[in-house]
Design a protein around this ligand. Structure first.
Ligand SMILES: Nc1ncnc2c1ncn2[C@@H]1O[C@H](COP(=O)(O)OP(=O)(O)OP(=O)(O)O)[C@@H](O)[C@H]1O
Length: 213
């Protein structure tokens, strides 16, 4: 691959990933420019989460190359510094309360503790003192959304951000994704909900047979 090209938020060239003998990703090539919002579709087991994990620096590619803001995917430390990866449970500490989880996230990024208003913004004001493990699945998703609002990372990777949310939660995700888009962030998110995803995505991608179309 050519020299780092930081005018791209993400570049993937012929990325493959296998588990055992099975190739889940066969040949994924993708360029995302800063500010693009890409929705990633594909049936169950198509490899969406696997692709997000490769981009997040959590899984290595079996073949191919990629860069995040010019940093080689193999330079996992630099990649992780530029990426926020939102999954339902990832990055949450079950024993800590919602407030403590956000304080921890803020410290991780070298920020001061966020105000209680942040939890209000995602509809979790009443659950501030509940431990993460005692939150419902949708409430954990909202807590993840609050973590995303804190993260200074320029590339946001979101695994099914609309799943397990009620109508208000889905609206909150849309609102905050639009705000992140307005702030110039690049976003790649997987979804099974084309109607919702289409309200924010500037691009749609589909994974099928390990190839991106
Ligand atoms: N760590 C792993 N070890 C072995 N196989 C794995 C591993 N992670 C994922 N897979 C397999 O890779 C395939 C793709 O899984 P992945 O979770 O990426 O799909 P997905 O598109 O996100 O699916 P869904 O829409 O159902 O969430 C599946 O067959 C899955 O079993």
């Amino acid at each position: 691959m050519a020299a780092p090209a930081p005018d791209f938020a993400l570049q993937l060239a012929h990325v493959a990933r296998k588990f055992g003998a099975q190739f889940v990703l066969r040949d994924v090539t993708l360029d995302l420019r800063p500010g693009e919002v890409a929705a990633l579709f594909g049936g169950n087991g198509a490899g969406k989460t696997t692709l997000l994990r490769v981009v997040a620096g959590l899984l290595s590619a079996s073949r191919g190359e990629g860069r995040v803001f010019g940093y080689d995917l193999k330079d996992k430390r630099s990649v992780r510094e530029h990426v926020f990866f939102m999954t339902e449970g990832g990055g949450l500490y079950g024993d800590l309360t919602a407030t403590e989880n956000l304080d921890f996230t803020a410290r991780m990024y070298g920020l001061t503790a966020p105000s209680a208003e942040l939890l209000e913004r995602v509809g979790l004001g009443a659950a501030a003192n509940k431990r993460a493990r005692d939150l419902s699945s949708g409430m954990r998703k909202r807590l993840q959304l609050a973590r995303m609002l804190l993260a200074p990372s320029p590339l946001l990777l979101l695994d099914e951000p609309f799943a397990n949310l009620d109508a208000g939660g889905k609206d909150a995700v849309l609102t905050h994704l639009r705000a992140a888009q307005d702030a110039g962030k690049t976003i790649l998110f997987s979804s099974h909900e084309p109607e919702l995803a289409g309200q924010v995505a500037t691009r749609t991608l589909t994974l099928e047979q390990g190839v991106l179309g």
